[in-house]
Design a protein around this ligand. Structure first.
Ligand code: IMP
Length: 422
């Protein structure tokens, strides 16, 4: 039986999932996003043009692939509309290629206000949220108050909207947060009208029928495993399950219908927002990595924190996701480093351990690294693994051995063509 494959990030997001989904789309009939929302920014580059997608799956540029926004995704109609209009300008036929789950939850203007109010109230403990209303929307989902895409087609939509906004107003007044909702609502309602031209579907039926009929499905994750609400560095996480199990919940695909689990990681690490980051390089080396890797957020423009590859964290992500193959991104960024460090263990409360523990706060946990010789060679023009420098091959083997999983693709630049199959 044909099974659905899952592609997800193994670090703190921004691993380069968008590029790989775009590269792999010709092998699939359907690309389905399963969680997150416009906090994500999936970047694709081809023919000299750069595209950033927030909610729409990264298969949208393929001429025939169907793209599904699953029930696990939260949608901001205003951002969604902008994304669709930008694609339509490029001549992409979004209407026929995009299906939206009726069960996906809507981000209201007040969700964004609550996000901002809640972050402001946290002071120095703030999460560093993208402030797109993600947390408050998932809170309303689990609190059973949420408004869903399917509600748009019902007569009770306005009534449900108003009831939810009343609740939000109480919360905002508790936070003593100043806002002007009447400035935000017209654009939101116009976007809701705009969305009505799209296909609202019971995507769980659509996807399961497709799998039954031999269609190849790729589930696309957003953010990364270390931002997972359960397994990430809580509370500095996002509000959804970013791990493989999230694809089952977020699409209605049963666990025994999952095939390959493709884990994407960068040859080093980055993190945007607050929270512990064991291998962080808060120094010149980190700055060099940030500049060469252009590590600035595609959604918020914030500078990303940078650090060496963290193998115990990668092993953890491989474990909780059941990763069957790895893809290593941005190997080219390390070309300018004479020596490359890799974290193999942690020193945790005086003991050396080789796994990611519950508490990764820097007061308890320090990275133990080994130094490897860099390859010091431009990789961006390489078109075949046979031309890889020996030191890069050694780096690849070192990672594969440590995490006991093969690397099937190494990316050496942002363009579709800079993708080397191993
Ligand atoms: P939120 O999901 O916008 O509330 O953000 C929660 C945390 O996850 C913050 O540290 C964000 O910077 C981080 N985050 C959310 N989405 C992404 C992403 O797509 N890439 C990287 N970090 C993200």
């Amino acid at each position: 039986m044909i099974k659905a494959d899952v592609l997800l990030g193994l670090q703190w997001g921004d691993e380069g999932k968008g590029k790989i989904v775009d590269v792999l789309t010709p092998d699939y009939d359907i690309i389905a996003r399963f969680q997150g929302g416009p906090n994500a920014g999936h970047t694709l580059e081809f023919n000299g043009i750069k595209h950033v997608l927030h909610t729409i799956p990264s298969g949208i540029f393929h001429p025939t692939a169907i793209n599904v926004v699953g029930n696990g995704v939260v949608i901001d109609p205003v951002i969604f509309r902008k994304e669709i209009e930008a694609l339509q300008k490029l001549g992409v036929d979004v209407q026929s290629k995009l299906l939206i789950s009726k069960r996906a939850h809507l981000i209201l203007p007040t969700h964004r206000l609550i996000d901002a109010a809640s972050e402001a109230s946290k002071g120095k403990n703030k999460i560093g949220s993208t402030l797109k209303g993600i947390g408050p929307t998932y809170m309303d989902k689990t609190g059973r108050n949420g408004l869903r895409v399917g509600d748009i087609e019902t007569d009770e939509f306005m009534e449900k909207y108003s009831a939810l906004v009343e609740k939000h107003k109480q919360l905002l007044s508790f936070h003593q947060y100043d806002y002007n909702l009447s400035e935000l609502e017209p654009t939101w309602f116009e976007a809701i009208e705009f969305l009505k031209q799209l296909q609202f579907v019971e995507t769980e039926h659509y996807l399961n029928n497709a799998i039954k009929n031999g269609k190849r499905v790729l589930a696309e994750g957003a953010q990364g495993s270390l931002l997972d609400i359960d397994f990430g560095s809580y509370p500095f996480v996002t509000s959804s399950n970013t791990i493989c199990a999230g694809a089952c919940n977020g699409l209605g695909i049963a666990p025994n219908r999952i095939g390959k689990v493709i884990g994407i990681f960068k040859a080093y690490c980055t993190r945007v927002g607050s929270g512990p980051f064991p291998t962080e390089l808060d120094n010149e080396t980190g700055e060099k990595m940030r500049q060469i890797g252009r590590e600035f957020g595609s959604t918020t423009g914030r500078a990303r924190r940078t650090g060496w590859l963290d193998l115990p964290a990668l092993k953890y992500a491989v474990m909780v996701n059941g990763v069957t193959e790895l893809m290593m991104m941005k190997a080219d960024v390390l070309s300018d480093f004479q020596t490359i460090e890799v974290c193999t263990h942690y020193s945790y409360r005086g003991k050396t351990i080789d796994y990611l523990p519950y508490n990764i706060d820097p007061a308890y946990l320090k990275p133990v690294t080994v130094k490897l010789k860099g390859w010091n060679k431009d990789l961006t023009q390489i078109d075949n693994k046979a031309k890889f420098p020996i030191e890069l091959m050694e780096y690849i083997r070192f990672v594969e051995t440590a995490v006991e999983t093969p690397i099937s693709i190494v990316s050496v630049g942002p363009d579709r063509t800079q993708t080397i199959r191993m």
